[in-house]
Design a protein around this ligand. Structure first.
Ligand code: 13P
Ligand code: SF4
Length: 301
């Protein structure tokens, strides 16, 4: 039996399902039952019939799945796979902002710890942030942790006042204007598709800005045959699978999230076999952090 067959057998035996983000390695995406961006995966995690969820992604994703499904077992193939940005905000600043602005909504990117979520009013992902911020009754928005996504949303919702936090994704932050220009010189017909976690200068030169699913959908619908992709390289496999004949280029310094790449087939097999690396969230933390997640799911509907 090869490792893929072993995983399929174990999945049946343990009544388990595999969820994977587009940034994990392609061989993981191939065996996943659900692949998607953060918003899709948080929706998919609700109402699954299987008892065990193996979450192929970083810790805030598995943690969110557990918070939304307290009765389920959520296993992480590698517990050290974490998102640096998820920690780039703090409770003390949230408190200070709440004292400073009467009518404040703390809007928390889902790329954050449960501790940050519990102090927030609503969660968002890159796919639904604009819609949700527009729908909030509040005029003042403190957007944590990502400054780049915050600025992107603020540009789309100019009628609201934004307070910025200084978090960022180290992978998207490193995508360079000069490297994109080099690709554009080589492929002048290519459209530039960008994730909103990228810095403003990169967003400004882009033809489209959206979540990983948004980028994949745009490339599929476009009549253009070439694209410069400004996000993590894991999306390549889905882009190529859905669009045979179209060409996708990444910047020379490949944007790679090494934490997402920690997930391997062997680790998936092992956690299925041993039931190790189970996400644990105290009931107190879960009860408080589930509110902003549920509000996101309601407002984004
Ligand atoms: P999306 O899944 O919302 O596109 O966000 C990308 C990301 O950085 C996930 O960690
Ligand atoms: Fe976090 Fe960036 Fe990796 Fe996404 S790509 S998980 S935001 S470090």
């Amino acid at each position: 039996m090869n490792i893929t067959e072993e995983i399929q057998e174990l999945k049946k035996e343990k009544n388990a399902v595999i969820l994977a983000h587009y940034y994990v390695n392609s061989e993981i995406q191939e065996i996943a039952d659900y692949i998607g961006d953060s918003y899709y995966l948080s929706k998919a995690a609700v109402d699954l019939k299987e008892q065990t969820i193996v979450f192929c992604g970083v810790s805030f994703m598995g943690e969110s799945a557990k918070i939304l499904n307290p009765g389920k077992t959520v296993l992480m193939p590698d517990t050290t796979a974490d998102c640096a940005m998820a920690h780039m905000a703090d409770e003390e600043t949230i408190r200070r902002m709440r004292n400073e602005y009467e009518d404040l909504a703390v809007v928390c990117y889902i790329n954050s710890t449960a501790e940050l979520k519990r102090h927030s009013d609503v969660c968002v992902t890159s796919a639904n942030a604009v819609k949700i911020v527009k729908a909030l009754p509040n005029q003042n928005i403190f957007f944590i942790p990502d400054r780049n996504l915050a600025h992107f949303v603020a540009e789309q919702v100019p009628e609201k006042h934004f307070v910025y936090n200084q978090g960022y994704c180290p992978v998207h932050e490193e995508i360079q204007v000069q490297e994109i220009l080099k690709e554009k010189e080589l492929h002048p017909q290519a459209k530039i598709l960008t994730h909103p976690e990228c810095p403003q200068a990169v967003r400004e030169m882009s033809d489209y800005i959206g979540s990983t699913s948004g980028i994949i959908a745009y490339a599929g619908k476009s009549e253009c045959m070439e694209f410069i992709i400004c996000t993590e390289t894991g999306v390549r496999s889905e882009l190529e699978k859905q669009n045979p004949g179209k060409k996708f280029y990444f910047t020379a310094t490949k944007p790679v999230c090494h934490d997402m790449k920690k997930v391997t087939l062997e680790k998936i097999r092992d956690v299925l076999k041993n039931g190790e690396n189970e996400i644990q969230v105290t009931e107190e933390l879960r009860a408080e952090s589930v509110r902003p997640l549920q509000r996101m799911l309601e407002l984004a509907r």
